[in-house]
Design a protein around this ligand. Sequence first.
Ligand SMILES: Cc1ncc(COP(=O)(O)O)c(C=O)c1O
Length: 373
Amino acid sequence: MSENSKSRAARLIHHRRDTFKLGSPVPVPLVMASVFHAPGDATGYDQYGRFSNPTWAAVEDLLGLLDGAPAVAFPSGMAAIAAVYFTMLKSGDRVLLPADGYHTTRLLMERYLCKLGVSMDVRPTASFMDGGFEGYRLVFLESPSNPTLDICDIPAVAAAIHAANGILVVDNTTMTPFGQRPLDLGADIVVAADTKAPNGHSDVLFGHVASRDPQIIADIRDWRQTSGAIPGPFEAWLVHRGLETLDVRFERMCNSAEIIAPRLKAHRAVQAIRYPGLPDDPSHNLASTQMERFGFLISLTLASEQEAEDFINNCAFIQPATSFGGVHSSAERRTRRGDAVPPGFVRLAVGCEPVEELWTAIEASLDRLAARA
Ligand SMILES: Cc1ncc(COP(=O)(O)O)c(C=O)c1O
């Protein structure tokens, strides 16, 4: 982890200290309130649960510290993405989305925004620069893409989009701000599903939008207040708690993935593997320039759909589940979700188990497949 990330991790843990009065609780209080005592002039303090909440504000402070910009919290990653779409776009606008990123991001655009007069193109992440960005109001990027783990050059894409007067939105869910900071790389807006590693315990959904443009943040806040797409205070409280250990968990997960990926690559049951940390992976060189870590997601291809299911379901330390970033390792055969990948394609999310125990379980499950062949 860089010195800057370490400094942010330390500051995050003590972030509330400056606000303390004698007897203040050290952990963040959970404020469950739809109404607040609000006599007289109705500005400058909490009044109504759809407008603001002190527990949201606390988690937004931490998210803002990590992304290096004001952040607005949402009840899920998709609610954050919806806020960006509905705030930034109008009828007649053209948008460009990744062909290989999280599928619901395209679905939301296709089903709801296109109906209102927005037009959409898609492009593979690995060749995202090809074709340029002229005419696009908004370009959305996911790097590394989920689940294929392709990468594109975020600073180059940002410069080209700005030259064409568009804005760049980056979904940073797969990396977290400890792995990559898209706003530092030139993005205008970052969105993330904090449902994943930032919360890390697989018990809530959450999301956020961050931007250094005050007008964008004001518009996004207004959207939240007007649409009512607000996070629950308890969820915010849990995410705050998760964020306090994110750097420890993220480091363990990335370290383990770096150890496990080459072993998977060498295993005879594995036909193909994608992990940006492997020196011969097509993503490796770019990843080394714009990411601090190579992440905790590994994509591997087994011989068939059945092999993928057997590998996942018979591994003692892999939880068969969609989603990723929890303390438990998990995996999913991605054709189950309609991704355009081979039938035996598995997205493996490395969790926080001690790495040798985890590898022994993974190897045993792969060995059983190889023994059948
Ligand atoms: C890259 C990415 N973005 C956004 C989302 C949506 O997040 P949520 O499920 O919290 O709405 C997901 C969910 O898997 C995701 O993987």
